[in-house]
Write a protein that binds this ligand. Structure first.
Ligand code: PCA
Length: 129
């Protein structure tokens, strides 16, 4: 079954998490994705995150999902994002995998750089969205 890294609204507590049924799927827990940069797309009342290939590390969560869940996630992300493979390491640093993730598929002109946590990893905090 597909391994999927989520870093935005699909994270636990985010708007898309239960909607897509991710709460019913197995998780490998918190993880970081490599060689990405993270921006914020300004929205009405909230910003949403946009990761692209880059030099940074992005904090998120890793899931093993079934095909129906993956299909719901792709539908939720719309054509603004495209599924691509990235290297992801579990937060405990023990395991590195290649996982699918939804990268921003549009221009980044006008987007804001996302914030970082104490370890210098880009982070989109779902609790404050
Ligand atoms: N949803 C996807 C990509 C960005 C977003 O807000 C995610 O959580 O990984």
């Amino acid at each position: 079954m597909p391994l999927v890294f989520v870093y935005g609204t699909l994270q636990r507590g985010g708007r898309g998490h239960v909607l897509c049924g991710l709460h019913t799927q197995s998780t490998l827990g918190p993880a970081v994705a490599h060689a990405l940069d993270l921006f914020l797309v300004p929205g009405v009342g909230f910003n949403f995150p946009a990761a692209i290939r880059g030099k940074g590390t992005v904090s998120g969560e890793l899931y093993v999902v079934d095909e129906p869940t993956l299909a719901r996630m792709a539908q939720f992300e719309t054509a603004l994002y495209a599924p691509e493979f990235v290297e992801v390491t579990t937060a405990d640093g023990r395991f590195t995998y290649v996982a699918a993730t939804f990268l921003w598929a549009r221009e980044i002109d006008g987007l804001l750089p996302a914030g970082m946590d104490a370890e210098g990893r880009y982070v989109f905090p779902v609790s404050t969205e």
